[in-house]
Design a protein around this ligand. Sequence first.
Ligand SMILES: NC(=O)c1ccc[n+]([C@@H]2O[C@H](COP(=O)([O-])OP(=O)(O)OC[C@H]3O[C@@H](n4cnc5c(N)ncnc54)[C@H](OP(=O)(O)O)[C@@H]3O)[C@@H](O)[C@H]2O)c1
Length: 356
Amino acid sequence: MASVASRATRASGLTKSLLPFRQPSSSRSLSTRATTYTLNTGAKIPALGFGTFQDPDSQEGTVSRALQRGMRLIDTARVYNVEEQVGRGIKKSGVPREQIFLGTKLWCNDYHPEDVDRALDDSLRDLDTPYVDLLLMHYPCTFKRGPERFPRDKEGRMIKGETGFLDTWRAMEKLAETGKVKAIGVSNFSKGEIEVLLNESSTVPAVHQMEVHPYLQQKAFNAWLKSKGIHVVQFSPLGNMNDFYRQTGWSKEIAHMTRVIDQPLLKEIAEKYGKSPAQVVLAWGINSGRSVIPKSVVDWQIDQNLEADFELAAEDMKRIATLDAKARFNDPSLDYEWRLYSDLEGIDGTVRGRTH
Ligand SMILES: NC(=O)c1ccc[n+]([C@@H]2O[C@H](COP(=O)([O-])OP(=O)(O)OC[C@H]3O[C@@H](n4cnc5c(N)ncnc54)[C@H](OP(=O)(O)O)[C@@H]3O)[C@@H](O)[C@H]2O)c1
C-alpha cells in the first residue's frame, strides 16, 4: 500500500497533467450543483460524498477540510480503523452534525445478533456522535464472532460465523427503532442476497453500497435496485484509481487496465466541459441517479471532486456507457470464503490472496 507521502508525490505529478482542465480552488464553486436524493426512509442523501478508507493519519484533517469546502456525506466503516479520526474531523470542521450525512458499516466479526447493538455503540463512541444517518452491513459473509476482525484457522482460511446475514439484518432492524441509526442498508450483496432480505424481513434496505464506475456499470442490477427503491452509493467511483487494487493479493490482471484519468474518451469528454476525467466519471454516476464517494487525501483532488456535480449531455452519457468492461476490481471472495456477487457481472478471474 502506498504511503501518504508517495501518494502525495504521485498526486502532484497528476496535477501537472490536469492543469489544462481546471485550476485548484479553495472553496466550492457556486456553479456546481448540490444534488440530493430521497431515500426510502424519506431522508435526504447527498449525491457527492467523501470516502475514508486508508490513510488513517490524514483522515482527521481531510474530513475536516472536505466538510468545510462543502462535502456533506461522509462514508466510513468499523474495519477502516478511522472512526475516531473521522469523529475528530467532523468536530474540527465546525459544520453542525445535523448538516452532515454520516454513514458507517458493521464488520463481519460483529454480525451475531447479540453483538450488533454493542458494535454500533463502539462506532458511535469513536465517531463521537449519538447517531449515524446510515448503518450498512459491510459484506454478506459472517466471520466467527469475537475480537478478531479476520479470524483464521491454522491453514490461514477465514473461519465462518454460525449465524447468517438475515439474522444480522433483523438485529439491524431493531437498531433503527432506537434512533441511534436513521437508516439501514447493505454493501457488496448479490441480487439473490438482497431478495432474501426483501422476502424475509420487513425493511427494504435504504442503500446498497457497491462497486460501480464506467468500467463496471452493472446496468441491469442498478435498474433492478432502483425498481425496489434501493438507492445506490458507488464505492471506488474512480474505478482502479486506488493503488490498493493493483497491489492487493486478490487483484486481477484487469486492475492494471488504463486508469480513468488516462482514458482517451474520458479525456476528450472532460476537455469539452473544462473538467478533468475524474470529474466526468463522478458526474456520470450522479447523472445516473446515484451517490459517489471518492476518497482523497490531496487537497486539489478534493476540490476537484467537489466540483464534479454538473450536467452531462445525453450523448456523452451514451459514449461513457460504451466503456463498460465488466471489470470488477474489488472481489475478496476467495479470501472471505464466500462467493460474493454470485449473480452479478465481473466475477471471472478472481484469485486467492490475503489482504489482512
Ligand atoms: N463498501 C465497500 O466494501 C467499499 C470498498 C471500497 C471502498 N469503499 C468506500 O469508497 C470510498 C472510495 O473508494 P476507493 O478509495 O476505493 O476508490 P476511489 O475513491 O475511486 O479512488 C481513490 C483513489 O483515487 C485518487 N483520487 C481521488 N480523487 C482524485 C482526482 N480528482 N484525481 C485523481 N486521482 C484522484 C486517490 O488519491 P489519493 O489517495 O492520493 O488522495 C485514491 O488513490 C472508500 O474510501 C470507502 O469509503 C467501500
